[in-house]
Design a protein around this ligand. Structure first.
Ligand SMILES: N[C@@H](CCC(=O)N[C@@H](CS)C(=O)NCC(=O)O)C(=O)O
Length: 199
């Protein structure tokens, strides 16, 4: 089986997939896509012009959530979607919130289109503030049973939450106790820590 991940430095959505691949012990090649390629040659791989994309033996998949669900079904062990339907639904809820409501509006392409008047510094500030204001709402309904976001084991919800928090820090946001604790708790598990990209 040949697996290639199309990724780009600093890509939050790609980090999620990379973390899942590492956690599940799936060997892959990482292909770095340059920003000029995203709007030219790479459109043959993903017509949306976004990383990540995953090639598995000639089939190409895009959209991080779809890729992760594919990986979970094809390589179920170790599992990342909990062990019962309630947890699975809560995990998907967190991932959807991060993917659709937090990450998408602060995407570079979205801001370039919607707010072309903003300079790079103002965009960074806006992106960070948006992420942290959404994470504040999320904090009231995660890590209720343990240090993990949902239930009592590591799941893809932890990957989405930790990655988007780290993105806010990269945008220059102040550290947050709740999300720092979340990072500490998940990293206490050696396998989680070893599989985290760009820790
Ligand atoms: N919903 C997509 C979002 C993908 C996405 O936004 N990718 C960003 C990097 S994190 C990207 O390729 N941006 C290109 C650009 O802004 O030019 C997914 O989950 O895969």
């Amino acid at each position: 089986m040949e697996v290639s991940l199309y990724s780009a430095k600093g890509s939050n959505s790609s980090e999620r997939v990379e973390w899942v691949l590492n956690f599940k012990g799936i060997h892959y090649d990482r292909i770095e896509v340059r920003s000029d390629e995203l709007t030219t040659t790479y459109l043959d791989i993903n017509p949306f012009g976004y990383v990540p994309a995953l090639r598995v033996d000639g089939s190409v998949f895009s959209e991080s959530m779809a890729i992760i669900e594919y990986l979970e079904e094809r390589f179920p062990h170790p599992g990342l979607f909990g062990d019962n339907l309630n947890d699975k639904t809560h995990i998907r809820r967190v991932c959807e919130y991060v993917n659709s409501s937090i990450h998408s509006p602060q995407n570079r392409t979205v801001l370039r289109f919607m707010r072309p008047e903003l300079d790079e510094t103002s965009k960074r500030e806006l992106r960070g503030d948006w992420i942290m204001s959404c994470l504040a709402k999320l904090s009231t309904s995660i890590c209720c049973e343990s240090g993990f976001a949902v239930g009592s084991s590591f799941s893809v919800a932890d990957i989405f939450v930790a990655s988007i928090y780290k993105k806010a820090l990269q945008h220059g946001c102040a550290r947050n106790d709740f999300y720092d604790n979340h990072l500490l708790n998940i990293r206490a598990n050696d396998h989680v820590a070893a599989s985290e990209p760009y820790a």
